[in-house]
Write a protein that binds this ligand. Sequence first.
Ligand SMILES: [Zn+2]
Length: 343
Amino acid sequence: MPKSKFVDFKAVKAAITMEQVLDHYGILDKFKRGTDSLSGPCPIHKGSNPTQFRISISKNVWNCFSECKHGGNVLDFIARMENVSIHAAALKAIEWFDLDPEAMSAGSEEEVGESSETPKAEDAPKPKPAAKAAPVQENGASNKPLKFRLDKLERSHAYLTTTRGLKLDTIVDFGAGFCAKGIMAGRIAIPIHNSAGEVVAYAGRWPCEPAADMPKYKLPPGFKKSLELFNIDRAINEPGPLVIVEGFFDCMKLHQFGYRKVVALMGSTMSAAQEELIKRHTDRNSQVIVILDEDEAGTAGREDIAVRLAKFCFVKTHVFDQPGTQPDQLSAEDVAEILGGAP
Ligand SMILES: [Zn+2]
């Protein structure tokens, strides 16, 4: 959860659409799409009549004409679905949709008097524009956005804070946390987004030394990690050189140190689709810095990556003096030295 309790409800409402929220609950496909509407059974009173619940897409509001006899905005909807306050609903929305907690916090005072009546048309937030770029495909395949979110993740798990040295802000920023039940039970779940910002998978890191027959990381069956670059959705909006690292935690650590234009290969090699993604978001004046682990795989990987990326951008590779060094073990000073001061 974000540190600040002062939530800017307006900013949260403007950042998410009813459609995204239905998708979060995995019920979007129960809704019929009209020109500017979505209609279906009411998820709040769990009705079955397919026309009783209507959403105005442009106004980003909903109304149940049946049992609820009520309507409201996107936060009212979450509040009713979760049976919590608007404030708690906003905090949930920030978590579920990986909204920037900083940008979603009000400067001084919390808006406590938020009414839960249907908002007037003029103050209805505009829905978020559709995804900017189509996902990268390989042989016609792409990773489908998930229809669910893992919630109730334990953010302050010792593996993240103590073992990996991550601050709560960073952990929340990446939406990671310990998962107690479900497909990632017992693991640290890390959401992976495609370049349009949609969650396409959760990676599950076992939070201690795994037994011999147990994988360190678990990925959903059918998920192709070679089609994604971890953190690409946010990195592309940041200034400066693009830093490429191997792992999730290398990426989170550099982000924590203020280097936000960083992506992880989720391995020590670069796939053709990953190369294509980098190409799509760089030009001949772009700088790319490759910082892989200082081991056999990392050394081989960085040579190959440097040769391939050099065809369309400036590439620098970093070589560590100490064999075995991994970027996530570096101090802020080390990183500043390598990446040259300010991000
Ligand atoms: Zn209803």
